[in-house]
Each structure stands twice: as C-alpha cells, then as structure tokens.
Design a protein around this ligand. Structure first.
Ligand code: AMP
Length: 501
C-alpha cells in the first residue's frame, strides 16, 4: 500500500494516507489537551467526512470510547442518547450547533463542546504542527465504540464494540467481500465512497476495512443525490453501500441519466431490496448485491453470492460471512429444516457481535437468550445454505392463522407499473386478527387501486402468494415516513392507520 494513496473529503479536502496517520496523532494530542484520557468518551456530531475517519482511529487508539451520535434522531432522542452515553466531550459541526443549543440545558453532566464551525475550526483545533502521540497498549476487550440503535420501538439502545470485535469484523468483511472471483466485491483497485451515515454502525464497518486495504476513499460530506452523482463521476467511485431509499433517490435524480454508473458496485442492506428497485438498478448498469446485518452485529452477517450475475441470486439475503454461525429456529431454539420454505427466527453467533445493551441487563439477556443473538428477523434457509429474510418478527402480518410476509407483499406491489414506493403492514381486524394494508407512493398519477389489487390477485392465482395477502386497504400517500437512517418507519404507519405498535 502506498502512503501517497489519496483520501478525498467533500469538494475541497485531499490528503494522503501519510497525512491521515499524522492527523490522527494531532487529533489525539488535541483530545489529550482537552482532558481526554483512557476510558473517557468522545462524541461526534458531523457529516461523513475525513474528520469522522480520523475520529474512528484516534479516539479508540487512545483507549477512549468513540460515541457516534445519530444526528438525525428527533432532538429529544439525541438528548436521550447523550445523557445515556455520557460523553465527556463532543466534537460538533456548525450545522448541529442549533441542536446542541436546544438540548444543552438538559445535559445531565458537564460535557465539553468543541464547535468546529464548517470544518475550519477543526483544523485550528488539531493545529498544523506535526506531532506524534504515544498511543498506549491495552486489553483488546476494552470498549472502542458506542452508538445507539435507531429506535423503531421505545428509546434507542446503546450498543458497544471492543477493539477485538472491530478488528475481527474488519477481517471478516475483507474475507467475505474481498475473496471472491470476478470484480463484484472490493479490492485495492476500487475507489470507495460510503453512503450510509458513519454514525450508524461505523458506516457498516467498511471504512475500517478500506483503510486497512489502503484503498482510495471519498467521503461525501453533507450528501445530496446530485453531489453523490458528481463525486461518482469526478472521482471514479466504484464501490459504495447504502439502504434502498438512498439508491432510489439517486436514480430519481435527473443527473443519473447522464452519469456513467456502469463501473459502480453497490451493496444494499439495512432493508430488503425490492424487485422494482432491482429492475431500475439493472437498467442503470449498476452492479448490485444485497447484504444483511444489524446494529447489534457490527453489522456484517450475510452477503448474496458476489460471483454471480443472476439478478434473483444477487438480491437474496445471502450466505453467512466467514465465522458467522447462523441458524433459523423455532421459539424453543430447534432448527427448522433447510428446505427453502420453513420459516423461523434468525439467530446468530460470530466473534464480533455486541455483548448486550448499555445499562440494560434485561434487554441484553433477551438479546442473547439461549446463547445466540436474536435478530428479531424471520427467514428461511435454502438447501444450498443461503438465507432469505422474509420479515421482521414484529412486521409479519398475522391473518386468519396465516403469516404473511410484509416484505413479499411489498416486493410484488413494487413491481406494478407506476409504483414509486410501498409499505405493507397489518391493521387490526376483529375476525381475522389482522389484515394487510398497503400504502403506496405513486410515480405515475394514472395508477389506481385496482391496478395494484389485480397484480396481487394475479400472484395469488399463480400460487405465489396466500389469498390472505390480498390487501384489505390500499391507499396513496405523498411520502413514506422514514427512520433516521432512511428505512420505512412502519411504527409511524401503524400509529396512523391503527396497527399494533
Ligand atoms: P439496524 O439495526 O437499524 O441496522 O436494522 C437492522 C434490521 O434491518 C435487520 O434486523 C433487518 O430487519 C433489516 N435488514 C437489514 N438488512 C436486510 C436485508 N438485506 N434484507 C431484509 N432486511 C434487512
């Protein structure tokens, strides 16, 4: 790896790996000068920039804990995560200072705020004098990072990772995505740009893996679809990862038509990949594969077969990564047959899963009941060992004694011409327990309820779907509610339309 390899951040920051190394030392010196020492916690509220990457390394390497604060939560939840996580110092970009001003008076402890303006303040703060920092040695099981789940139920929960877990996850990602024939995974020739927020599971852990490989990296800063498209073209980005919503937004932008996306490999995770989106992606020439994981799993668990071109295989939830022991089980922890249809809960073990939730022994015990981490996802395993997640346990629609996968229903509706986005969920029904409801965002005004119903009924007639899956209600809305990381927020939909909370 060359120390001259470039890291690009936004429109105006370029540095080499040698610079990165030196700047990590300067950042550690600045933190030390501000009283940070081993075991203390450092929060970050910033866009996806080189500064974040520097914090990813400097803070844990000092023996301190990096608390990546989810800036897209509601202010009350941001306050909750700060009071719960108890950082000693928070580095804050100017765009998040109004939020700090709003909640600071409710901080339960004295927290040093380091305002960094639009980034210039950060440069002044870390100074421009080359300085080395004597990073200490410590136990590999020491906590390195802390962040909070996105809280689709109740308050966000604190999830932390040790140095050992982060290192093993990094190696697991490299083995899982790097050791594949062809060019669908990643290797040193790639140019990497993350499109999942760095506060969310360390940007899915990819920045650590890409830095270890010495890859050219591009950090987009505050993102918008046009800016992302510009960076893909100008910097020759070849590898990214994001949730489906972000990819849809990029493809919706008119500039996507004039941008060559044929060298761009994208890993989609965080939510199921619909058939509709897959079609659009294929038309744009993007190489796309699905992967699966969650906040509590660092997050890598499975990835679709990276060596195949078949769009159906590419969008499968995929094969367990190296060192991932994955089972699909009944409520009493018995394995269901790997027959490609019997569903159960996905439970896992791997050397990088979180030990539990910060300060919440009850939820931690439930997470690890029976010695496996419970994902709360429902799925099945095919004969060839690949996993298909069919739903979240709490999103399954239980109607007339049948379990309907809300994801499958969404997949079918998304395939209907004129559908931009869809969400399916259960609404209470006196007779059947629940009945399916779908809400749709139109891409074409002419789309009507009957168009959607007939697509679903067609699948029922083909035997692909249970008759119980025929929606009870179909309504059109302007926009689907989204969580802080861009996933459809079904909790909000259920609250509006009367489903279980
Ligand atoms: P989070 O902890 O916010 O990252 O959310 C993790 C959850 O997202 C998982 O438990 C799944 O329910 C869902 N998820 C992640 N990846 C996929 C995928 N490839 N297909 C379906 N659902 C997914």
């Amino acid at each position: 790896m060359s120390a001259r390899q470039e890291i690009i951040s936004g429109a105006d920051m370029r540095m080499t790996y040698a610079d990165l190394n030196e700047r990590i030392g300067r950042l550690a010196c600045a933190l030390r000068a501000n009283g940070i020492s081993e075991g203390m916690r450092v929060g970050v509220m910033d866009w996806d920039t080189h500064r974040y990457l520097e914090c990813f390394f400097a803070v844990p390497m000092m023996g301190a804990v990096l608390h990546t604060i989810n800036v897209r939560l509601a202010p009350a939840q941001v306050l909750y995560t700060i009071n719960h996580g108890q950082p000693d110092l928070i580095i804050v970009h100017e765009d998040f200072m109004p939020l700090i001003d709003k909640i600071q008076s409710s901080f339960e402890r004295n927290i040093k705020i380091v305002p960094i303006g639009n980034g210039k303040g950060y440069e002044d703060w870390i100074g421009d004098v080359p300085s080395s920092f004597n990073f200490p040695d410590f136990d590999e099981n020491q906590t390195a990072t802390l962040f909070y789940t996105t809280g689709t139920t109740g308050n966000p929960k604190g999830v932390s990772y040790s140095h050992r877990k982060l290192v093993l996850h990094t190696l697991g990602l490299i083995a899982g995505f790097g050791a594949v024939p062809g060019n669908a995974g990643f290797n040193r020739d790639d140019v990497y740009m993350p499109l999942t927020p760095l506060f969310h599971v360390h940007g899915w852990g990819f920045p650590y893996a890409m830095t270890l490989l010495g890859m050219r990296q591009v950090y987009p800063g505050r993102c918008s679809p046009d800016k992302i498209l510009r960076l893909i073209a100008s910097e020759g980005v070849t590898f990214s990862h994001c949730v489906p919503t972000i990819l849809s937004m990029i493809l919706d932008h008119p500039d996507s038509l004039g941008t060559d996306l044929s060298r761009w490999k994208v890993i989609i995770g965080g939510a199921a990949l619909s058939r509709g989106l897959q079609e659009r992606v294929r038309a744009a020439g993007i190489s796309l594969h699905a992967a699966y994981g969650m906040s509590e799993t660092c997050p890598f668990l499975t990835v679709a077969d990276l060596s195949c071109d078949d769009p159906d295989l590419r969008s499968q939830t995929g094969y367990p990564g190296p060192l991932v022991d994955l089972r699909v089980v009944t409520p009493d922890m018995r394995d269901v047959p790997n027959d490609g249809e019997t569903t159960g809960e996905v439970v896992v073990r791997a050397p990088w899963l979180t030990q539990g939730y910060l300060g919440d022994p009850e939820a931690s015990d439930a997470l690890w009941a029976g010695g496996y981490l419970h994902t709360g996802d429902v799925g099945y395993i095919r004969r060839d060992g690949s996993l298909q997640v069919t739903d979240r346990l709490k999103d399954v629609i239980k109607t007339g004694g049948e379990w309907i996968s809300s994801l499958e229903l969404e997949d079918i509706v998304s395939d209907c011409d004129g559908v931009a986005e869809v969400a399916a969920f259960g609404i209470p029904d006196e007779r059947w327990g629940e009945r399916p409801m779908v809400v749709v965002v139109k891409a074409d005004d002419a789309l009507g309820e009957e168009d959607i119903r007939s697509v679903v009924v067609g699948k029922v007639e083909q035997g692909r779907l249970s008759k119980w899956a025929t929606p009870e209600r179909i309504i059109f809305i302007q926009e689907l509610p989204k969580t802080s990381v861009g996933k459809t927020d079904k909790k909000v939909l259920r609250a509006i339309y009367g489903g279980k909370s």
